[in-house]
Design a protein around this ligand. Structure first.
Ligand code: NDP
Length: 454
C-alpha cells in the first residue's frame, strides 16, 4: 500500500511513495553486508573526506530542504534551517574527531603489549522519528560511518521525503553504494530486518512502546541497542534566578519544534518566592507566540505533525483539566484545516492528571509552586522518565545539589537542555539507555577488542 506525506498545516497530500518490497529489503541487506566488508578497511582519512563532503552537500541544500521539511512535518522554517546546519556540524565533528575518539587504549599488564582496539561491527539499523527528521538520523549516521559501520535507515512513515534526501546526501558526497541506505518500510517491517543475521545492532529514537519492541526483539537475537525515548523534563526556577531570562529560556525550551521534542522542558517548578512573577511572565510570553504557517518568517508555532498527535494531546489536556489542573491561557481561534494546538500552561495539575506523569508532545507546559529545592527535585524525580533537566539559579550549593540529585541523563544550569555533537546525549529510566554523540556516540556500536601480545 502506498504511503503519503501530508502537510499538517493544510491536510493536503504532498507526495506519495511506494514502500520497498521484501525483495528490495533483502537486496539492501545484501548490499550493506557486501559494502561493510570493504568499508571497514578504509582509513579514517578516506572516511573523513567523504564526511566533510556530506556536510557541504547538506549546506548546499538548505534552501530546498528546509521548506520541504516544514511542509512535511510542520516545523517553523527557521528551525528547519537550523536543524540542517546542525547536521552539517555533526558530520564535520566526527570527520575531525573520529580517529581520536577511537584510538587504541594502552593498558599495562604482564604482556609485552596490551591494549583495546576499537573495531566496527557491521550494518546497524536506525529506527528514527519525524520530529527532527534530519538531525536524529545524522547524529546516528555520522559516527556510525566514521567508525567503519554501515547504516540502514527505517524512518517514520510521515517523513519519507526527508528519508530519501538523507540517502542522497551520502550518495552525492561520494560514499560507496551501500554505506547508507533508506528502507521505505513501516514499523511492521522492522522485526524482519532486526532478525536478519547481517544486521548487527539497532538504535531507536521514539516512543516507549516502539523502543520496547525493538529492544526485546534485539535481546532475543543478542544484538546491542541504543534507545532514546521520551521525556517529561523538569525545569526548576529558584529565587536567585534572573526571572526575565528564566522565562525566555522556559518558553523556548517548551515550544521548540512546536513542543514536539523529547528534551523539551515539560514540567516547570517555580519557588514560591518568585512564583507569581514567573507565572505571569510565562503566561504573557506564551500568549504572544505567533501561531501560523510554518513557512512564514514570524511563525513561532506551527501545526503538530500528525492528527493522532494533536488528538492525543487534546485528550491529555482535557483529562488534566477535568482532574483539577487550571488552564492559564485562553484558546485562540485556529484554522479549520490542519492539526493545530495553541500553547497552554496547566497550573497545579494533581497527581492523577496526565500532565503530572505523561509525556505531553506539544506546546503545553505544566507548572507547580514549590517551597524548596528538595521539594522541586522530589517532584522532578517522581516520573517514569529521566532524559534531561534544567535549573535556573545562581546559588552554587543549589547547582551542586541539582547535579547530584536530579535523576536524569543531563542537567543544564540557566539554560535549556540541548544536544551538541561534543556532549554525550541520552537518558535514564524509561527515557532509554546508551548515549549518542561525542565519544560515547561513536563507541556505541563498536567491538572493543582486547589485544594482548606476549
Ligand atoms: P513512534 O515511536 O511510534 O515512531 C518512531 C519510529 O518508530 C517511527 O519510525 C515508527 O515507524 C517506528 N515504530 C513505531 N512502532 C514500532 C514498533 N513496534 N517496532 C519498530 N518500530 C516502530 O512515535 P509516534 O510518531 O507514534 O509518536 C508517539 C509518541 O512517541 C509521541 O507522542 C512522543 O511521546 C513519542 N516520541 C518521542 C520522540 C523522541 O524524540 N523521543 C520522537 C517521536 C515520538 P512508523 O512511523 O512507520 O510507525
Amino acid at each position: 500500500m502506498s504511503v503519503s506525506s501530508i502537510n499538517p498545516a493544510t491536510e493536503e497530500i504532498i507526495e506519495t511513495f511506494e514502500p520497498h518490497s521484501q525483495v528490495d529489503v533483502d537486496a539492501a541487506l545484501a548490499k550493506a553486508d557486501e559494502r561493510y566488508a570493504h568499508w571497514r578497511l578504509t582509513s579514517f582519512d578516506e572516511r573523513a573526506k567523504l564526511m566533510e563532503k556530506a556536510a557541504e552537500v547538506i549546506e548546499s541544500r538548505v534552501d530546498d530542504w528546509a521548506p520541504a521539511m516544514s511542509r512535511e512535518m510542520g516545523k517553523p522554517l527557521a528551525q528547519a534551517e537550523g536543524e540542517l546546519k546542525k547536521c552539517a556540524w555533526v558530520c564535520r565533528h566526527y570527520a575531525e574527531h573520529a580517529e581520536a575518539y577511537l584510538e587504541d587504549e594502552k593498558i599495562k599488564t604482564d604482556a609485552s603489549q596490551s591494549f583495546v582496539r576499537h573495531l566496527p561491527i557491521g550494518p546497524v539499523l536506525a529506527v528514527m522519528p519525524w520530529n527532527f527528521p534530519y538531525w536524529q538520523v545524522f547524529r546516528f549516521a555520522a559516527p556510525a560511518l566514521m567508525a567503519g559501520n554501515v547504516g540502514l535507515l527505517k524512518h517514520a512513515s510521515n517523513v519519507w521525503r526527508c528519508a530519501l534526501n538523507i540517502e542522497d546526501v551520502f550518495r552525492e558526497a561520494g560514499f560507496p553504494d551501500g554505506c547508507f541506505q533508506t528502507l521505505l518500510i513501516g514499523s511492521d517491517g522492522v522485526e524482519n530486518v532486526l532478525r536478519d543475521r547481517r544486521v548487527r545492532a539497532a538504535t531507536l529514537t521514539g516512543s516507549g512502546p516502539a523502543g520496547a519492541s525493538v529492544a526485546s526483539i534485539s535481546g532475543d537475537e543478542i544484538k546491542p541497542t541504543v534507545l532514546e525515548l521520551g521525556g517529561t523534563d523538569a525545569f526548576i526556577v529558584m529565587p536567585s534566578a534572573n526571572i526575565e531570562s528564566a522565562v525566555e529560556t522556559a518558553i523556548d525550551a517548551r515550544v521548540q519544534n512546536n513542543g514536539q521534542s523529547c528534551i523539551a522542558a515539560k514540567r516547570f517548578f517555580a519557588h514560591e518566592d518568585i512564583y507569581d512573577e514567573f507565572r505571569d511572565r510565562f503566561v504573557e510570553g506564551m500568549k504572544a507566540l505567533k501561531i501560523g504557517d510554518p513557512l512564514a518568517d514570524d511563525t513561532k508555532i506551527g501545526p503538530l505533525a500528525m492528527k493522532s498527535l494533536r488528538d492525543d494531546l487534546a485528550e491529555q489536556v482535557d483529562k488534566s483539566v477535568a482532574a483539577g489542573a487550571k488552564p492559564l491561557l485562553e484558546t485562540p481561534s485556529l484554522p479549520d484545516k490542519g492539526w493545530w494546538y495553541a500553547p497552554q500552561i496547566l497550573e497545579e495539575a494533581p497527581e492523577s492528571a496526565p500532565a503530572a506523569h505523561e509525556e505531553m508532545f506539544g506546546p503545553v507546559a505544566s507548572l507547580w509552586k514549590v517551597s524548596s529545592l528538595s521539594q522541586a527535585i522530589d517532584r522532578a524525580n517522581d516520573s517514569p522518565f529521566g532524559l534531561g533537566s534544567s535549573i535556573c539559579t545562581t546559588e552554587k550549593t543549589e547547582i551542586e545539589t541539582a547535579i547530584r540529585d536530579l535523576d536524569a541523563g543531563s542537567t543544564f544550569v540557566n539554560a535549556k537542555v540541548a544536544s551538541d555533537p561534543r556532549l554525550p546525549f541520552g537518558g535514564v529510566k524509561s527515557s532509554g539507555y546508551g548515549r549518542e554523540l561525542a565519544s560515547d556516540g561513536i563507541r556505541a556500536f563498536i567491538n572493543r577488542k582486547t589485544v594482548s601480545i606476549a
